[in-house]
Design a protein around this ligand. Structure first.
Ligand SMILES: [Mg+2]
Length: 332
């Protein structure tokens, strides 16, 4: 049997948007790939920073798209935040919730008392993404923090990609509060911060998991901070030039077109006299320039060439790579 990338791991943790689905539609091939992974006996968990939707809503969405999912296989930053805050506050503490109805429910479920006014003397504030957020609620957040409430946030994504373009994420709302009164949240729970992946590992019981994501700033950095291997897929937000620009601590363990890469052999680099080889592809140094001297035609060949190119570029940030990247025309 051919060796698969996922063979080295006992569990696979997945980001959702850009990895499993793109807004309302499944990423092509993802349903079949996920069914094969489950047939391989791999534990699976879906891990999302989106704090507005309940885990059951996410499960319903996944099932509509054809995935098998259970509530126990979905983890949101709101769940991680509620559990994390409950660990540090006395039971029953009043918490100002500037977030969705689902976040209010979660705060109540962990034994805290959700409130909606600074006048209710909350000991903490939790901000989560809420498409119905109002200016008066931002007032309450600022007032509560100034009166001494500890400031928490589910995640700090600056923006949200939508089918109509880029719009503000929760990070932009944290900046509103910080601009008004200074300071920063005492803790943020979503990727790339550690609590999210630590909770996912604990819930899966995984010994050696791999994290699969489409963003370097949240998914890959988050995996690296959690000392977890990662697979960057090109089905979502980030592409080939983001990969080359990744600094130390921002680089994935593996790359692939999409999650089906878990079912393919892992890419291996081979040093050659004048550069690096991967698969049948060779990238050489010609003076200050990296040149792909093989001819990558298929998508997999282009990924091999990109992986060799990344190895060279990461070793020399001044290396000229524009020409080589232009050759990889099938990659975003
Ligand atoms: Mg994503």
């Amino acid at each position: 049997m051919t060796e698969c990338l996922v063979d080295a791991y006992d569990a696979a943790l997945f980001d959702l948007d850009g990895v499993i689905y793109l807004g309302p539609v499944a990423v092509e091939g993802a349903v079949g790939a996920m069914a094969s992974l489950e047939a391989h006996g791999k534990r699976v968990m879906y891990v999302t920073n989106n704090a507005a939707r309940s885990s059951q809503t996410v499960v319903d969405h996944l099932r509509q798209l054809g995935f098998t999912a259970a509530e126990s296989t979905v983890l949101t930053s709101a769940q991680v935040a509620a559990v994390g805050i409950a660990r540090v506050l006395p039971p029953g503490s009043a918490v100002l919730v500037a977030g969705s109805a689902s976040l209010v429910d979660l705060i109540r479920e962990v034994g805290l008392t959700p409130v909606s006014s600074a006048d209710a003397d909350p000991v903490a504030v939790i901000q989560g993404y809420d498409p119905q957020l109002t200016w008066p609620m931002l007032d309450e957040v600022c007032l509560a923090i100034q009166r001494g409430a500890t400031w928490f946030a589910t995640n700090d994504d600056a923006s949200r990609p939508t089918d109509r373009g880029i719009v503000p994420g929760l990070g932009a709302m944290l900046a509103v509060v910080s601009t008004a009164i200074g300071g920063a949240p005492a803790a943020i729970f979503g990727k790339p911060f550690r609590p999210m992946l630590a909770e996912a590992v604990q819930r899966t019981g995984a010994q050696h998991p791999i994290f699969v994501g489409d963003r370097i700033d949240t998914d890959i950095i988050g995996a690296n901070r959690a000392a977890m291997d990662s697979l960057l897929v090109f089905s979502g937000a980030h592409g080939k030039s983001d990969l080359l620009a990744a600094g130390p601590g921002e680089r994935p363990t593996h790359i692939g077109a999409d999650i089906a890469a878990l079912l393919l052999p892992p890419r291996r680099l081979l040093p050659i006299a004048t550069g690096v080889a991967c698969g049948g592809q060779r990238v050489e140094l010609h003076g200050r320039e990296a040149v792909i001297v093989s001819q990558p035609i298929t998508l997999q060949e282009q990924l091999d060439a990109l992986w060799a190119l990344a190895a060279l570029a990461w070793g020399d940030p001044a290396l000229e790579t524009d020409g080589a990247l232009a050759d990889l025309d099938l990659l975003p």
